[in-house]
Design a binder for this molecule. Structure first.
Ligand code: HPA
Length: 272
């Protein structure tokens, strides 16, 4: 594993210039932030040694490196999910590579169903904590001691100061930003009403099929993490509505540009 991470990191270091400081993972239909990248270099996943292929509609499948507001970024246009059949370690391989390349911040975007009764489709929610209901942990197996400890502390996965910064920048932009706990499920099937009721009752405000594996590996690698999800559908147990990928994409077409605006302001304001 370590050799592969090193090989991929060496390849990317020779393909893109400079050291990226900020890693970005875009979610379903949420690739808009990559359009803001200047002096950009696009590297399709199929040209990167050891990289997987993204199989989900709405996920492009290339790595884009360059600058946003003068800050050096590396963005994944399209991510990998457990439901595609990949292992949690495979899904999070790019996070390890980014960490090895020198990334300090990990910004994660994703689409999620809203469990909090006040949330509406189109809302943005900054993640303050998470529940891993995927039944998989990307850190399972031999510990990669070069990155972090066997039992990483998870008391603050999503940095408080970054959550505050996101709130401050959202207010300045006039974007309403919810806060809450994200539950990750394996998917790809959506939740039954009973599952939705359960996930709400154990403390989640939103539910999705990603984010948690990447954040877990991010913690292991010592990255500072901020995750913002777009609520693409309401997921209320007593009045469930059917949801399709088209519905999700329709909402991200509207809210994705808002999230991209917010990411830009946050990126500019991140500490060194
Ligand atoms: N459930 C799980 N994942 C999702 C949802 C949902 O309702 N919406 C978008 N991703």
């Amino acid at each position: 594993m370590l050799d592969k991470i090193r090989q991929t990191s060496d390849f990317l270091a020779s393909t893109v210039s400079g050291t990226p400081e900020i890693g970005i993972i875009t979610g379903t239909g949420l690739g808009q932030i990559t359009e803001q990248i200047q002096e950009s270099v696009h590297v399709p996943y199929d040209q990167i040694p050891n990289f997987l292929q993204s199989t989900t509609e709405g996920h492009h499948g290339s790595l884009v490196a360059g600058r946003i507001r003068g800050r050096s970024v590396m963005a994944m246009q399209g991510r990998f999910h457990l439901y595609e059949g990949y292992s949690a370690a495979q899904v999070t391989f790019p996070v390890r590579v980014m960490a090895m390349l020198g990334v300090k911040y990990l910004l994660i975007g994703s689409a999620a169903g809203g469990l909090h009764p006040r949330f509406e489709a189109g809302d943005l929610m900054v993640v303050t904590d998470h529940l891993n209901l995927q039944g998989h942990n990307p850190l399972r197996g031999p510990n990669l001691d070069d990155f972090g400890p066997r039992f990483p502390d998870m008391t603050q996965v999503y940095a408080d100061d970054l959550v505050l910064l996101a709130g401050e920048k959202a207010r300045q932009l006039g974007i309403s930003l919810r806060e809450g706990t994200y539950a990750a499920v394996m998917g790809p099937s959506l939740e039954t009403p009973a599952e939705t009721r359960f996930i709400r009752q154990i403390g989640a405000d939103a539910v999705g099929m990603s984010t948690v594996p990447e954040a877990t590996v991010g913690v292991h690698c010592g990255l500072r993490i901020l995750a913002i999800v777009v609520i693409t559908n309401k997921n209320l147990p007593d009045c469930m509505e059917k949801t399709t990928l088209d519905d999700v994409l329709a909402v991200t077409r509207h809210s994705g540009p808002l999230l991209a605006r917010l990411w830009e302001e946050i990126i500019e304001a991140l500490g060194p």
